[in-house]
Design a binder for this molecule. Structure first.
Ligand code: ATP
Ligand code: MG
Length: 314
């Protein structure tokens, strides 16, 4: 990717506006110390750009398609972050510079407890570095696969928080479009964090924004190639709730065509095992509705009786 595409003019989400917020810090640093060093750091750095030398880089946290993620600490404030390092050559080869730019623009403007913060970015000749909130609980996907399923309490808590976070995104005209366990992280207090805005868009969107990755989480209107709106995220929330409780997504099938067919028909079944309460099934049925406009409003999810009974206070 040409460096010019990542200059100040193109991407304004620079460190000046998106510095780490210490009140949201992990418990590693006492609040007062962090607050004091934040203001010191602010003064020293006002208007400057981040660079790699501003961070002590620690252990790798994981690998993604285009690079790796490392634990890091900002030198002056001691603030802990995750740094995602992306190789320009790989981004260019895959033709996803545009997507990355959108991801940065969108994610760096969202502020919500259940959305992974992006504090800023910088780049050098070969790489692009994203400064992200560190999520110590790691991937939700790993937790789900190691446990098999989540309890109704845990599921209700995650789903309520996700519904609130997605409602917040929609209020900013952002549709996530790729809600699935692989794109969710777990914070220091076991709270869920939406990460990975790589497929998100500013609403409204049209049919030209096409399919990506696994079909399992996609709603009928998207697999059928019709126009779609923010209601796609409501559907994905239903798929996710089902997977939390039963351990696999509801429309799984051999191959794309069979999955497509099951989604399109809303071929929904509830296995006898594990035994799931009627309230949870009722909520799933209200989220997995073929007609987008008839899906439950995200604001109503937290008022659903099953959520009220099971979700833990946060
Ligand atoms: P891609 O986004 O390219 O499809 P990916 O989601 O697998 O791939 P990344 O988002 O680059 O990859 O992250 C790689 C791994 O690093 C994640 O799976 C996760 O385990 C870890 N990780 C990423 N971001 C953070 C973070 N902010 N805090 C803690 N761990 C993280
Ligand atoms: Mg990812």
């Amino acid at each position: 990717m040409a460096t010019a595409q990542f200059n100040k003019e193109n991407l304004q989400s620079s460190r000046a506006n998106h510095k780490p917020r210490h009140q949201e810090s992990s418990s590693v640093f006492p609040k007062q110390t962090a607050a004091a060093s934040e203001s010191a750091a602010d003064k020293a750095r006002n208007g400057q750009r981040w660079c790699l030398n501003d961070f002590e880089v620690g252990k790798p946290l994981g690998r993604g398609k285009f690079g790796s993620v490392y634990l890091a600490r900002e030198r002056s404030s001691k603030y802990i972050v995750a740094i995602k390092v992306l190789r320009k050559s790989q981004l260019l080869k895959a033709g996803v510079e545009h997507q990355l730019r959108r991801e940065i623009e969108i994610q760096s403007h969202l502020r919500h407890r259940n959305i992974l913060r992006m504090y800023g970015y910088f780049y050098d000749e070969k790489r692009i570095y994203l400064i992200l909130e560190y999520s110590p609980g790691g991937e939700l996907y790993k937790r789900l696969t190691s446990k098999g399923t989540f309890s109704e309490e845990r599921s209700a808590t995650y789903i309520r928080d996700l519904a609130l976070a997605l409602d917040y995104c929609h209020s900013k005209h952002v549709i996530h479009r790729d809600i699935k366990p692989e794109n969710l992280l777990v914070g220091a207090h076991n709270e869920i964090k939406i990460a990975d805005f790589g497929w998100s868009v500013h609403a409204p969107t049209s049919r030209r924004n096409t399919l990506c990755g696994t079909l399992d989480y996609l709603p009928p209107e998207m697999v059928e190639g019709r126009d779609h709106d923010e209601k796609v995220d409501v559907w994905s929330l239903g798929v996710l709730l089902y997977e939390f409780l039963y351990g696999s997504p509801p429309f799984e099938a051999e191959g794309h065509t069979a999955t497509y067919r099951r989604i399109s028909r809303v071929d929904l079944h509830f296995p006898k095992n594990p035994k799931i309460s009627d309230g949870a099934k009722d909520l799933i049925r209200r989220l997995l509705v073929k007609e987008p406009s008839e899906r439950m409003a995200l604001a109503d999810v937290s008022k659903h009786p099953w959520i009220k009974q099971n979700a833990l206070s946060s």
